[in-house]
Design a protein around this ligand. Structure first.
Ligand SMILES: *[C@@H]1O[C@H](CO)[C@@H](O)[C@H](O)[C@H]1NC(C)=O
Length: 474
């Protein structure tokens, strides 16, 4: 980075680039919104879908995948209409999910929404760090297996990869906002196509292999053969939770919508982007879930690329895992943006005079154009990433914990708040048929969320127990 030209500016961005409300002009299009959505939705969830379908079987598995996709699309469309209020097209903008809930519901619900949203975001960013390192460890192990045979124990520590990921995040966290992030989202979305395709391709090849006989069934893992009745119940709960959580992007929806140009109307563009983003995701999920199940049958591993269901061709598995890690760089950055924005807005309101917080310096970087440097942003975002990295390194079960947070926040974030804000904004009559349908949908999803919470608490307990036994033995 070469500092050729410094310039202090009074306000963040130069005057000609302002929107009607004095904020930076938005430049997002449907394409960038779709990229953000795909980057946010297809997290690491896709890798556990073969396992989830194996628990539910050929009937309930695809039905659950379809059902949650439809629910996600419906509630995203409702939330997209609440971006401007009181009217979805001519009303005032709200910049964040919390503002939307504040404008339509108010009171205690704003705090609950903030709690659900920010714990999901913080938990996910830490979870992404861990998942990315697991993928990179899988690359190391797959090379080791290739060289030394499958019987050798190939163990590598996660920590160097977690630290590498953190360093990259510290760099990309300096990208000031969502607008400037589009290229990273587009790159991440492309990566997700690559690894999902490799996963599907490997599964197809395995199904086509001579003498391939993975046991699959209409109802999934079989009571009495694979698992006990109770175990089957818990696993079904966990699988439903995994699938529900795999689709959710409501924690970043309003923030993504707030990048769109004002014409054509943001809510229309956002609805189309959600439809395209969610359908593309659904197609990939169906392929990964169903081909993964066909390939591995009832013993499908929890993560079908790093769980060592496939050993060869090792370079292709390496490529897929590297793509996962690269994709997660984008996902992590998209999920940190609302957290960064929230704290930065809060501090700017608290200390409006502070030059440390306010001043933007333009650094001209050769070939990349001007870069806006702000010392507060530099310090706070770096601190956040360092703390997140420390947590990722210290708690080995953090991803189980993220699953729990995801299960608990699925209903409030993806279903309850979108439906309630929509009802409040459009003033739907109580007990009208539309009102009844929305409430029934909300109630059904609430049950799924409760069941998924129970499943993930139980999963966490089982992991803790085996971990302790493992520690005692060593
Ligand atoms: C959100 O929208 C409402 C309704 O138009 C408006 O009164 C409120 O000021 C907005 N909130 C923010 C933080 O912009």
């Amino acid at each position: 980075m070469e500092h050729t030209h410094h310039e202090v500016m009074e306000k963040g961005y130069s005057g000609e680039n302002l929107d009607d409300d004095g904020r930076e002009k938005r430049t997002g299009t449907m394409i960038t919104a779709i990229a953000h959505i795909i980057t946010a939705v297809i997290g690491s969830g896709v890798l556990s879908l073969a396992w989830a379908v194996a628990q539910l079987g050929w009937v309930a598995g695809p039905v659950a995948l379809m059902a949650f996709s439809v629910v996600t699309y419906i509630t995203s469309a409702l939330l997209a209409d609440c971006y401007r209020s009181p009217d979805p097209i001519t009303g005032n903008r709200n910049y964040t999910y919390m503002d939307v809930v504040m404008a339509n519901l108010g009171g205690m619900k704003v705090k609950l929404c903030a709690l659900a949203q920010y714990s999901t975001l913080v938990g996910s960013t830490i979870g992404f760090t861990i998942t990315a390192s697991i993928s990179m460890v899988a690359v190391m192990r797959s090379n080791c297996f290739h060289k030394n045979g499958h019987q050798v124990e190939c163990n590598t520590s996660n920590n160097p990869f977690i630290i590498t990921f953190a360093c990259i995040q510290i760099l990309v966290s300096q990208i000031p906002n969502f607008h400037k992030l589009s290229w990273l989202s587009i790159f991440a979305a492309v990566m997700s196509f690559v690894y999902a395709s490799i996963g599907v391709g490997l599964s197809m090849a395995k199904v086509a292999e001579k003498g391939h006989h993975a046991r699959t069934s209409l109802t999934g893992v079989t009571v009495g053969i694979d698992v006990s009745g109770q175990e089957k119940m818990w696993r079904t709960f966990q699988a439903l939770g995994n699938i529900a959580f795999a689709y959710s992007f409501s924690a970043v929806l309003i923030e993504i919508q707030d990048t769109l140009k004002s014409s054509p109307p943001e809510n229309k563009v956002m609805k189309k982007a959600s439809l395209i983003g969610v359908s593309t995701t659904t197609l990939f999920y169906m392929l990964c879930g169903c081909f993964g199940y066909a390939a591995f049958g009832n013993d499908a591993p929890g993560n079908f690329l790093t769980g060592f269901g496939f050993y060869e061709p090792f370079w292709l598995i390496d490529l897929a895992n590297i793509c996962i890690a690269l994709h997660l760089i984008g996902s992590c950055r998209v999920f940190t943006q609302p957290i960064f924005g929230f704290v930065e807005d809060l501090c700017a309101q608290q200390w409006p005079e502070s030059r440390f917080i306010k001043n933007e310096y333009v650094v001209k970087i050769p070939f990349l154009g001007p870069f806006y440097l702000n010392f507060f942003r530099l310090v706070w975002r770096t601190t956040y990433m360092i703390l997140a990295t420390l947590i990722a390194m210290v708690f080995p079960f953090f991803n189980d914990f993220v699953g729990l947070v995801g299960a608990a926040s699925f209903w409030p974030l993806t279903v309850y708040f979108p439906i309630e804000t929509y009802i409040a904004q459009t003033k739907i009559k109580k007990y009208s048929s539309r009102w009844m349908w929305l409430k029934i949908l909300s109630f059904a999803c609430c049950i799924v969320s409760i069941v998924a919470i129970a499943g993930s608490i139980r999963g966490l307990a089982v992991h803790l127990k085996t971990y302790q036994q493992f520690k005692l033995k060593n």
